[in-house]
Design a protein. Structure first.
Length: 185
């Protein structure tokens, strides 16, 4: 499993201790490959020619973050220092249908943000392992690994496409949402 971990640069002074705790916890996940702005390995997803060609470090940094989000199975964000860019990165991950764990030492953001791909948690050094383990279970349980082929009539397909379009989804996403909604009710 590929996991991308990021945190606020502006919060380093106050929260670095917590960033380290989260990173250490993530690195203990069996069979997980962690890329992170905290490890400086996050630039390796960009081709060497791009790393040499792009002179603006902020642009290079942002491109690497965007690529890491696209390549990851899951994204973990330490959000104790609330940051506009981190919020944007969480949204990018959600738009890319990546599960996001948004951690904070101050609040549980899942009380405000309701999305299938979003998990928030208030954590500390004593419960971080449990929080991360629970998140990894959610990701594993919901990764698309089963393929199901189904024949439907052209009129049924037109109906599904029409409904999906209204919901800003593709047909597969729409059908999955129907199943998820049915499981909840």
């Amino acid at each position: 499993m590929k996991i991308f971990f990021t945190a606020s640069f502006h919060g380093k002074k106050q929260y670095q201790r917590y960033y380290n705790i989260v990173l250490k916890t993530l690195e203990q996940i069996p069979n997980a490959f962690i890329t992170s702005t905290e490890k400086d390995n996050y630039l390796s997803v960009l081709p060497l020619k791009d790393r040499k060609r792009i002179k603006n470090k902020e642009k290079l940094h942002y491109l690497a973050i965007k690529r890491n989000i696209q390549d990851a199975d899951a994204v973990v964000i330490e959000m104790s220092n609330e940051d506009f860019q981190l919020g944007h990165e969480a949204t990018l991950a959600i738009q890319n249908k990546k599960y996001v764990l948004c951690l904070s030492t101050r609040e549980d953001f899942s009380e405000k943000i309701i999305n299938r791909y979003f998990v928030g948690a208030k954590y500390n050094e004593y419960n971080i392992e449990e929080v991360v383990d629970n998140f990894i279970e959610v990701v594993k349980k919901n990764q698309f690994s089963e393929r199901f082929n189904c024949f439907i009539s052209p009129s049924q397909m037109d109906y599904v496409k029409e409904k999906a379009k209204k919901e800003h989804m593709n047909a597969s996403e729409y059908i999955r949402s129907l199943i998820d909604d049915d499981k909840i009710s």
